[in-house]
Design a binder for this molecule. Structure first.
Ligand code: HDL
Ligand code: ZN
Length: 419
């Protein structure tokens, strides 16, 4: 069987590169906010420099105390990180390289190493034009926020209401409810729900009313939680009880997925604050039990440990109510993105969502998607060539269809599907 780099009637590699570069995508998990959220909308060079990924990398060189760093104004923190990670050392890590890409893609010559000039450029930008440009360059049609009623800065904006930019979709984040019930029930009580410490049927009913109210208020597209490595299900503790009796019935009634992100060890080093979380190997029995005992519920799952990725793909082969997504956080590096994307394509095919950005600073969208698209394209080209060697040449239209599925189509189908 003759095989070549330019098979059939078109150049396969160019067709894949074109499809991956040009297909507009959903970004199904970010920490970004609609610009209506004011100060919660983070953008610009100083926010990029104080991103918690860079804070943890910079502290490996700093000899100052954590507290003395945190006491500094943000621009001073940014200046210290710039000096350490970009001037005194080459910005070669993925998070540092990402900042370079984000600025370069917007036409800035960051190689001049002129931080004041970068600050001046950002100060001159019109925010709304900038938002349009970043979404256009990144080919992002919709991004999903992380919205928590337990966030005291965010909640009042929802309660007041605002003019919505439809490119920003909402996801209801419920970590405190599931993982800190002793505090959560008191907050719900303050907000007018008749809750108490015991998960009696009436209290469960009030939790469901809370989920209903917030799902409607923010038009949540899914519910989400991040879970420790040892999360158990079924279980008699509040997390397991609340998932079983409130969250899953709510999601089923609303035909919405429950997104579970497994394997995070919160604040392993609390002095690093947001940068202090770490990773642990997940006991996937909880996920197996959830998928098997709730076949009509839909689950979006991503795992934080590289070592859990193979098991997660096998779970997806066993349970159609599981949709695997993203190279999350510590796996969002080229080594893992390539390995995980290849693993998923080879084990599950196209019914996955290979990437989300997890962006916290708006400008990061450009680098997170630019870097990932290149890697996804590389893997897809190899797989289409493997397919060709087996005797099947994918047409350009078929490649475009497949890529549209990976960049939001499979997610949309999963969201709309009823099991
Ligand atoms: O829990 C999460 O959603 C994580 O993504 C954390 O927010 C983490 O701090 C992060 O930003 N990872 O990229
Ligand atoms: Zn996140």
């Amino acid at each position: 069987m003759k095989t070549s780099k330019t098979s059939g009637r078109f150049n396969l590699d160019a067709a894949v590169d074109r499809a991956v570069a040009e297909t507009w995508t959903h970004d199904i998990h970010t920490h970004l906010y609609d610009p209506a959220f004011g100060k919660l909308f983070l953008w610009g060079i100083d926010e990029l420099l104080v991103y918690h990924y860079l804070v943890s990398e910079a502290f490996r060189y700093f000899d100052m105390s954590y507290d003395s760093f945190w006491k500094l104004p943000k621009s001073r923190q940014a200046g210290l990180i710039w000096d350490e990670l970009f001037i005194k050392h080459s910005p070669i890590s993925e998070a540092c390289r990402g900042l370079i890409t984000s600025l370069n893609v917007m036409g800035l010559d960051v190689g001049k190493r002129d931080l004041p000039a970068l600050r001046k450029w950002f100060a001159a930008q019109d925010l709304h034009d900038y938002i349009d440009r970043v979404l256009e360059v990144s080919r992002i049609k919709t991004l999903y926020m992380t919205n928590s009623p337990f966030d005291d800065a965010e909640r009042p904006v929802w309660e007041k209401g605002f003019k919505w930019d439809s490119r920003f979709q909402a996801a209801l984040r419920i970590d405190p409810l599931l993982l800190d019930w002793p505090s959560a029930w008191k907050k719900l009580k303050d907000w007018g729900y008749k809750t108490g410490p015991d998960l009696t049927a009436p209290v469960i009913g009030e939790v469901r009313r809370f989920l209903d109210d917030w799902t409607d208020r923010i038009n949540a597209r899914y519910l989400m939680v991040s879970l420790p490595p040892d999360f158990e299900y079924p279980s008699k503790i509040p997390s397991g009880q609340l998932v079983e009796k409130a969250v899953l019935p709510h999601c089923l009634e609303r035909n919405m997925p429950f997104a579970m992100m497994g394997g995070v060890k919160k604040l392993l080093n609390p002095q690093l604050r947001l940068a202090g979380d770490a990773v642990g190997f997940v006991d996937t029995r909880a996920y197996e039990n959830l998928l098997a005992s709730h076949p009509r519920n839909k689950f979006l799952v991503t795992m934080l440990a590289r070592e859990n990725q193979h098991e997660l793909c096998v779970l997806a082969r066993k349970f159609r109510n599981l949709h695997v997504f993203g190279c999350w956080w510590f796996t969002n590096i080229p080594l893992c993105i390539e390995e995980i994307t290849r693993l998923r394509i080879e084990l599950i095919g196209l019914s996955v969502t290979p990437q989300h950005s997890d962006a916290r600073v708006f400008d990061q969208l450009t680098y997170k998607w630019n870097h990932s698209r290149r890697i996804i394209s590389k893997v897809l080209k190899e797989k289409y060539h493997d397919l060709e060697k087996a005797g099947w040449v994918a047409a350009e239209k078929e490649i475009q269809r497949d890529v549209a599925g990976l960049f939001g189509g499979a997610f949309d189908a999963f969201m709309a599907g009823k099991l």
